[in-house]
Design a protein around this ligand. Structure first.
Ligand SMILES: Cc1ncc(COP(=O)(O)O)c(C=O)c1O
Length: 365
């Protein structure tokens, strides 16, 4: 008997066994989170390489709190702060680390975290570190959140932290603006995970705060990732000077981890400049894709995630496999990532309208 044989057999039986695969690079990719299609733009890569080549060191070598912090990190953080109107910002290795770091450090002894039950797995995992200080509310339900805040009779020695996502990674829906109203009303810190909203929604394609036209206040924390619309790898946290200073001193995922690679930051920096410069063109294409999805499937999409519920693990794999043979790659997402199996179609902007029409017609049938 091999270790974990039973567990693996059970997963196989339920059509839930996952494996890593290398897909043919020529497939039309509707599965990855490269929303704006920047990951194949070689000109941007060259520009990023030039930045790193000029530097004396190829890698960051240490934690940002030792000597892993360099000019390119600072430059990128400054740009993020300027466009998003935040006082301060800090980059770190990944969105997964950012969620662990935020939740583990911000919720102290008497504090309470209210978190959307569909928050990303990294945030949910982090709640295990603060156990009895966590309350889950129904997905995207700000009324349920307020009821639960009231039920808990928070006193003024306790801090309240609320955690939501700008755009939810599986359902593609946007958190309503009322979450901000409630955060202000109860003097709560509001963490917004913008992994799937930065670069995708908002007047300036900046994400959730931009989309709802929310003025940034000291209670706001914006966490964003670089591995999705920004076409690189890593993450950032934007907040007030006080909160960033606190994280530098208490967030173990930041303090005890090597600073994100200078190349990843240089690439994100170049890509972000590209997004700023081309935002009008990018937004036009996003609207065109939304209209096309509505025309073909009568589904109103608000982000670039189009989930189609199939609720059958075997069937999603079959549909994925049929589409692979036609040259298209789409996500087949099963439990525990989602409650019911879905096809996760990403409306990536580097796909032609003609190709998108084809796939939407296929899905309609
Ligand atoms: C909502 C959300 N938050 C955080 C993460 C983690 O980000 P990263 O891939 O940079 O670790 C993801 C990644 O899939 C995500 O979807």
């Amino acid at each position: 008997m091999y270790f974990y044989q039973k567990e693996l057999d059970a997963l196989k039986k339920a059509d839930r066994l996952r494996t890593r695969k290398i897909f043919n690079k020529n497939l039309i990719d509707l599965a990855s989170n490269d929303y704006l299609g920047l990951s194949s733009k070689k000109k941007l890569l060259k520009k990023a390489y030039k930045i790193v080549k000029k530097d004396k060191f190829n890698s960051s070598k240490a934690s940002p709190l030792v000597n892993g912090y360099s000019n390119i990190h600072k430059k990128f953080e400054k740009l993020l702060c300027k466009i998003n109107n935040f006082e301060n910002g800090i980059c770190l290795g990944s969105g997964f680390l950012a969620n662990i770091g935020l939740i583990e450090s911000l919720i102290r002894k008497k504090d309470i975290l209210f978190i959307d039950q569909e928050y990303h797995a990294s945030g949910i995992l982090a709640t295990n570190l603060i156990q009895d200080k966590v309350i889950f509310f129904e997905h995207n339900d700000y009324k349920d959140l307020e009821t639960k805040i009231k039920e808990n009779q928070i006193n003024n020695t306790q801090r309240v932290v609320i955690a939501i996502e700008g755009v939810y990674s599986m359902s593609g829906d946007i958190a309503p603006k009322q979450f901000n109203t409630i955060a202000l009303k109860y003097n709560a810190i509001l963490i917004v995970d913008e992994a799937h909203s930065s670069g995708v929604i908002g007047k300036n394609l900046l994400g959730w705060f931009d989309y709802h036209n929310i003025k940034i206040k000291p209670n706001h924390i914006k966490m964003g990732t670089l591995g999705k619309a920004y076409g690189s790898y890593g993450a950032y946290i934007l907040a007030s000077n006080h909160i960033v200073s606190y994280l530098e001193n208490r967030a173990k995922a930041l303090i005890y981890s090597t600073a994100i690679s200078t190349f990843d930051i240089a690439l994100a920096y170049i890509n972000l400049q590209y997004i700023i410069k081309h935002k009008k063109k990018l937004k036009t294409k996003i609207y065109k894709f939304h209209n096309l999805v509505y025309k073909k499937l009568s589904i109103k999409t608000v982000s670039l995630i189009l989930p189609i519920i199939i609720d059958d693990n075997k069937k999603v794999l079959q549909i994925q496999s049929n589409l692979l043979q036609k040259g298209y790659l789409i996500g087949a997402i099963r439990q525990p990532t989602v409650k019911k199996a879905i096809l996760r179609v990403i409306l990536k902007l580097d796909i032609s309208k003609k190709k998108l029409k084809k796939i939407l017609n296929y899905l309609k049938n």
